[in-house]
Design a protein around this ligand. Structure first.
Ligand code: 13P
Ligand code: SF4
Length: 336
């Protein structure tokens, strides 16, 4: 592994990053930005030399999300943006399954994952052998897998989905029953939104499963104006206690369109910072749950990846075509 010494720290915000700092100044003290600024400058310079694009998930920290990312969004948007990319190099500021999806859709490009250990409890909850067993137990029932899975699991699936399009994808199949894997809570939420029978697996997101309905009730006490919006990876009782449920992109749209005076976003907490940076009219109440995998991605690791063009994500050719088909079928549903 390449070890990089820290870049020199300036004592005030440099003119080169002042416009970027303005975007995050509501959520980040100037002293903290000064630690990030040398990396922000170096990354933004180097990505032009490399003809690289940085894709960042909504859960990345503000210095990444607002400081160096070229394209941001939820899992669905990142998959679409990866498919449309014209860069030679894609840096995925997110977790491993997202980089695999980018590689599937860009087999000829270099896809860099700044920390290969950035995994996901949902992706770890199911194996290709599990899918094959489920197909035997439920012959003829289509397998819809959440993008939060390995490429090997995608290769065993009929079609992928994200929390932003799961209902649409499932209804596009025109069947009475589907297997929706591996997130039990996402599957249960989808079942409340459609007449299709949805069979679930037992995977959970280790971040969203920590929220409780009691916690939400405590936040609401004495604050009648509090709007609670939850991610569908939360347990059903948490979603029932919320005012709205949707993917990270839909949660962001909700805040931008409705401009609530006070909001609680029941999801990974960097997202509240990223949205709060541009929503001065809203007060964000933060029950902070961090995803330890997303937090493995840092500016020094992004810089190291761009310098060395490592570590690269590769997908086994024996599974790549079938996995790609499942992702492309999902993307095609949105185009109909
Ligand atoms: P979305 O961004 O698709 O809502 O997914 C949330 C998540 O947990 C990604 O790992
Ligand atoms: Fe996986 Fe949950 Fe982290 Fe998203 S927040 S990467 S679903 S563990």
């Amino acid at each position: 592994m390449t070890v990089h010494s820290p870049l020199p720290r300036p004592t005030e915000v440099s003119p080169a990053t002042a416009a970027l700092y303005a975007k995050v100044s509501r959520v980040m003290p100037e002293a903290e930005w000064q630690l990030h600024a040398p990396y922000v400058e170096a990354i933004n310079r180097l990505k032009r030399t490399r003809n690289a694009v940085i894709l960042a998930h909504n859960y990345q920290t503000p210095e990444i999300f607002h400081g160096v990312a070229d394209l941001v969004g939820d899992s669905l948007a990142l998959a679409r943006k990866a498919a449309a990319s014209e860069a030679d190099v894609i840096v995925l500021a997110g977790v491993h399954f997202m980089a695999e999806t980018a590689k599937l859709l860009n087999p000829g490009k270099i896809v860099l994952m700044p920390d290969m250990a950035a995994g996901c409890s949902l992706a770890d909850s199911i194996t290709p052998a599990d899918i094959r067993s489920l197909r035997q137990a439920y012959p003829g029932v289509p397998v819809v897998t959440y993008v939060n899975t390995s490429a090997a699991v995608k290769a065993e699936s009929d079609i992928c989905c994200t929390s932003g399009n799961a209902v649409e994808v499932i209804e596009s199949l025109g069947v009475p029953r589907v297997l929706c894997l591996p997130d039990e809570y996402l599957a249960k939420w989808v079942a409340t939104q459609t007449k299709v029978e949805v069979l679930a697996w037992k995977g959970h997101c280790e971040v969203h499963e920590r929220f409780t309905a009691d916690e939400i009730r405590r936040f609401r006490a004495g604050h009648d104006d509090l709007v609670v919006i939850a991610h569908p990876e939360c347990p059903p009782e948490v979603i029932a206690a919320a005012d709205f449920a949707g993917s990270t992109a839909r949660m962001i749209d909700y805040v931008r369109s409705n401009k609530p005076a006070r909001v609680l976003m029941v999801t990974e907490c960097s997202m509240s910072d990223n949205v709060a940076a541009a929503a001065p009219e809203t007060e964000f109440v933060r029950p902070c749950q961090l995803c330890p995998h997303m937090k493995r991605i840092t500016l020094p690791k992004i810089l190291a990846a761009l310098e060395t063009l490592e570590p690269r994500v590769e997908v086994d050719p024996a599974i790549a075509d079938r996995a790609r088909l499942a992702v492309e079928r999902m993307i095609a549903v949105g185009r109909r």
